[in-house]
Design a protein around this ligand. Structure first.
Ligand SMILES: C[S@@+](CC[C@H](N)C(=O)[O-])C[C@H]1O[C@@H](n2cnc3c(N)ncnc32)[C@H](O)[C@@H]1O
Length: 188
């Protein structure tokens, strides 16, 4: 399907972003029957991913963080902040070590200078992976993270492999073919 058609489909279904279909596809491939108690959504705005999890899993407690504002979603506690400040967010602190799924669709503002953008993406991705490691349960926990195919991808995957037992790469159909974006899944 053409990228624009995914956007039309998202609008028709009442989703806030077409990014929903990428998450749906990855979760379906992995473990469609799984339920989640606590989910952490890093870089959540406008809220498509949180919206999808909350619709599919009514009982799940979802925390979502973004630098930008996000309209409320039932079942989602939204915190407007930088993910780098997560250790200072009192409402999330009691859930440290209790998340069974951490999702990160984070993307920095692009400068247009490839080497600078690649480094910024890498730093943000590393931060997301380290947060997932620190805030997830020791076992039966998973992470899904968006990144980009560039020179840092190998190092990023290696870092994830140190912290997760299984690491896999996904390129969902809803992700534009020509886009360099790619998703890493980690489980332990
Ligand atoms: C592609 S969007 C996320 C889309 C979302 N998954 C959805 O389905 O609606 C990426 C988000 O990452 C956020 N972001 C970038 N850097 C961040 C940071 N350091 N802390 C928190 N959010 C950040 C941006 O503000 C942006 O809203």
């Amino acid at each position: 399907m053409h990228a624009d058609n995914w956007a039309i489909k998202a609008k028709r279904m009442g989703y806030r972003s077409r990014a929903v279909f990428k998450l749906e596809e990855i979760l379906d491939k992995l473990h469609s029957d799984k339920t989640y108690k606590n989910v952490l959504d890093l870089g959540s705005a406008p809220g498509g991913w949180s919206q999808y999890i909350s619709l599919m899993h009514h009982k799940t407690k979802i925390f979502a963080i973004d630098l930008l504002d996000m309209d409320p979603i039932t079942g989602v506690t939204f915190i407007k902040d930088d993910i780098g400040n997560i250790d200072d967010i009192n409402i999330i602190n009691p859930y440290k070590g209790k998340f069974d799924l951490v999702i990160s669709d984070i993307a920095p503002n692009l400068s247009g200078i490839k080497s600078v953008d690649d480094e910024n993406i890498f730093e943000l991705n590393l931060m997301s992976i380290n947060i997932a490691n620190k805030y997830s349960k020791d076992t039966n926990a998973a992470m899904i993270i968006k990144t980009f195919q560039n020179n840092n991808l190998k190092s990023l995957r290696k870092h994830m492999e140190l912290l997760f037992k299984i690491v896999q790469t996904y390129k969902p159909a809803a992700s534009k073919n020509k886009s360099a974006e790619i998703y890493l899944y980690g489980a332990r």
